[in-house]
Design a protein around this ligand. Structure first.
Ligand code: GCW
Length: 730
């Protein structure tokens, strides 16, 4: 083209110029034919630069004209039918949505009368505090779209459901969106500290700017609330479970109140994690013994003080006698004594106490797997009705794959909530793409057999198995101050999936992935399918290169790097070797009768699934058995070969993920495309790092070559260790 232009400039006669211009025109057409369709294939979602801030609430203009015409029929007014502030949020969300989706400014009226052609809210009288009250129905009636619920929260959720429907450009003919939450308390747990850091946070610093509050209220708090409400999340614990006593001071209570004022408008209650020793450290008492009358009085007063500032305060979350945190056992009391003392302080109010069961003693002879069960099962029936015991999904600690915690089903007289970790502490932080819905679902669908077949963890958690109504699902948040909220753009899907599953645990991982991808990334079906495919396989791929066949790797010296050789720690169960138990004979933790016998904490039907190494499904094998290196597995390969096969194919599959992502490129926003493509490169490099670390280290025990077909690591074990040790240096 440049040459042609030069030639054109030099052309002397008119005829030459015209024919050259014709050539240029033809060339342009040719180039257009080549690249034109690609740019037309670009999804309308990508019309403006996308920094990911809008999450799944993008409200891109509706492109299907017939659908748009249908929607416009109901876009003449919003009948708010009341003044409540949550109703106002629902209206304003619909207004924003309609403005962006349809380009229409829709007025709001508090008394719609008998008009038609609008969206009308209908509050049905209900009983206070029943989770069913938060359900909604969205239907056509009397020429309107009617959003009905027994609560303002339900109206807000219905409005969001309608907007989700419209973002997906689905028809409104025969519209009937009806849904009830299966769990009552659906909440995020933030592990955010007063200094703005986030424990296990990988998306920047904390959203909560304590040093600015209460005077300055960051507008981002409202966007956070909107995003959560759009999923049905109705609670948030603002601070780390390794809590600071500062949050119990008047100075901080008013800061928290300023955040709570924003959350309230979106039906979200605010909770705080508490430091159990606060009566001593903050209150100046000589003890924090939960049976001490002065201590009890201190907490009562504290709770009263909080309710003065935050009338709808949600309650306390407590990590006690765990990983060095203080608790009732410091005074010879039980977890129930501690929890009940706090519950007593909440008697006059609606708030609750959420007591974590994440405990394990520093006993080298014991199996950490068994600790929570041993401490909590004897306390069943001893907790105040206002207490919910919050149990991590697995018995150890948010591993890439864990069996379900044996506590589920074994405390029938105590409401048990479930705690998932959305932030990717053991899942590659913000540099590995791991879609977590399959992890959550795997646990929820596990059968505990406590009341016979079908007694799933989900049925324990949603209260249907032991009929309790205080039900809870919590997710450790992955949000931070990064512009896109979660660091890795695909990690937004994990926040989304947690929220959707906390509302309805029966939704499938695939359905959620498809929905999220369409709302967030692209409406192009082909592109969407390749992204959904990537997401659905991502967890197994990660497990394969990170912890195959049921290996686990809880807290180790360097949190960011492979360190299977780590054998020194403040306590034995803070080393890597404690968990994988590699030796010259084999690999894995024997938890059968001949080992720690942790399996006995499960019902016989569950034990049967896992107590025989020949029958244990391979993904759980090393969780329960110490298996010989030469043991032949169901795949026909011996353990060593199977391990290597998984480690190698896992790492290789990251290139497959890269290809899937690239297939979608033309339908993605360039900014998001590049961000993810670059993170996938990191993931690929680190997957090889993990693979090499395991292969080289385990080889020192297995004494076998890398199986044929796989290229042995280029580095030596010493070199890999060096690359990890860098993270230990100052
Ligand atoms: O997984 C471990 C984390 C700790 C965390 C702890 C817990 C908040 O490594 O950072 O502390 O679990 O859940 O209490």
């Amino acid at each position: 083209m440049i040459r042609l232009n030069r030639y054109l400039r030099n052309a002397t006669n008119q005829y030459d110029k015209i024919s050259i211009m014709n050539i240029r025109f033809l060339l342009l057409i040719f180039i257009y034919i080549l690249i034109g369709p690609a740019s037309f294939a670009t999804d309308p979602l990508t019309s403006e630069g996308d920094d990911g801030y809008r999450l799944w609430l993008k409200y891109e203009p509706v492109t299907e004209l017939s659908v748009k015409a249908e929607y416009i029929k109901y876009a003449t007014f919003i009948g708010q039918s009341g003044k409540g502030e949550i109703l106002q949020s629902a209206s304003s969300e619909l207004q924003t949505g309609f403005q962006k989706l349809l380009g229409k400014n829709v007025p709001v009226t508090e008394s719609p009368g008998k008009r038609s052609g609008g969206i009308v809210f209908k509050l049905i009288p209900g009983t206070a505090n029943d989770r069913q009250d938060e359900g909604y129905q969205v239907q056509l009636s009397g020429g309107n779209i009617v959003v009905s619920s027994k609560s303002e929260n339900g109206i807000l959720y219905g409005a969001f459901a309608l907007l989700r429907h419209m973002q997906m450009q689905l028809p409104v003919k025969n519209l009937n969106l009806a849904s009830n939450p299966k769990v009552r308390y659906r909440m995020l747990n933030h592990w955010d500290n007063t200094d703005g850091t986030i424990e296990r946070g990988y998306a920047g610093s904390s959203l909560w700017k304590w040093y600015e509050l209460p005077e300055r209220v960051d507008p981002r708090y409202q966007d956070y609330a909107r995003a959560n409400a759009s999923l049905g999340i109705n609670g948030t614990v603002l601070n780390n479970v390794n809590a600071s006593a500062r949050f119990m001071s008047q100075e901080y209570i008013v800061k928290v109140a300023a955040v709570a004022n924003v959350m309230r408008k979106y039906g979200i209650k605010t909770y705080l994690s508490v430091y159990f020793a606060a009566p001593k450290t903050l209150g100046g008492l000589t003890t924090s013994d939960p049976l001490d009358p002065q201590v009890r009085a201190w907490w009562k007063e504290k709770v009263t003080q909080i309710y003065k500032e935050i009338p709808d305060f949600g309650g306390f979350l407590v990590k006690a006698n765990s990983e060095g945190e203080p608790g009732p056992q410091d005074y010879g009391r039980t977890h129930a004594d501690g929890a009940n003392m706090l519950a007593e302080a909440f008697k006059p109010y609606d708030g609750i106490v959420i007591w974590r069961a994440f405990v394990y003693k520093a006993d080298p002879k014991e199996d950490r797997f068994k600790a929570a069960y041993e401490e909590f099962v004897p306390l069943d029936g001893k907790f105040d009705p206002k207490v919910i015991v919050q149990v991590k999904n697995g018995p150890i600690d948010f591993q890439p794959r864990e069996p379900f915690s044996p506590l589920f089903g074994n405390m029938p007289k105590t409401p048990l909530g479930i705690e998932f970790q959305i932030t990717q502490e053991y899942l590659g932080f913000a540099s590995h793409a791991v879609y977590e819905a399959p992890i959550f679902k795997e646990c929820l669908e596990s059968d505990t057999y406590v009341n016979g077949k079908g007694s799933t963890v989900a049925n324990v958690v949603d209260g249907s198995l032991h009929s309790y109504s205080r039900t809870l699902m919590a997710g450790v948040a992955n949000t931070g101050s990064d512009r896109n909220w979660t660091g890795h753009p695909l990690a937004q899907a994990n926040w989304y999936a947690f929220g959707r599953l906390s509302w309805d645990h029966q939704l499938s991982s695939e359905q959620i992935a498809r929905e999220w991808t369409e709302l967030t990334l692209t409406r192009n079906q082909k592109a969407r399918e390749s992204i959904v495919g990537l997401m659905l396989r991502s967890r197994e791929i990660y497990v394969d290169y990170n912890t195959p066949l049921g290996l686990s790797r809880p807290w180790m010296g360097v949190h960011f790097a492979p360190e299977p050789w780590q054998n020194k720690g403040a306590r034995p169960d803070w080393t890597a070797v404690y968990y994988h138990r590699a030796d010259s004979v084999g690999l894995g933790f024997n938890r059968t009768e001949s080992g720690s016998n942790a399996l006995v904490q499960y019902r016989p039907q569950v034990q049967q699934q896992w107590n025989n190494p020949d029958k244990t499904p391979l993904p759980y094998l090393l969780w329960f058995h110490h298996v010989g290196w030469d043991k032949k597995l169901s795949t026909g390969r011996i353990l060593w070969e199977e391990l290597c096969t998984r480690l190698y194919t896992g790492a290789d599959s990251v290139s497959w993920m890269q290809q899937q992502w690239d297939l979608a490129k033309s339908s993605l926003d360039p900014q998001i495309y590049t961000d993810v493509a670059q993170r996938l490169k990191i993931q690929h490099r680190e997957a090889i790092w993990w693979r090499n670390a395991w292969v080289l280290y385990l080889q020192t025990f297995a004494k076998q070559p890398v199986p044929k077909g796989f290229e042995p690591p280029k580095q030596t074990l010493e070199e890999v260790k060096k690359s990890v040790n860098i993270y230990l240096m100052r």
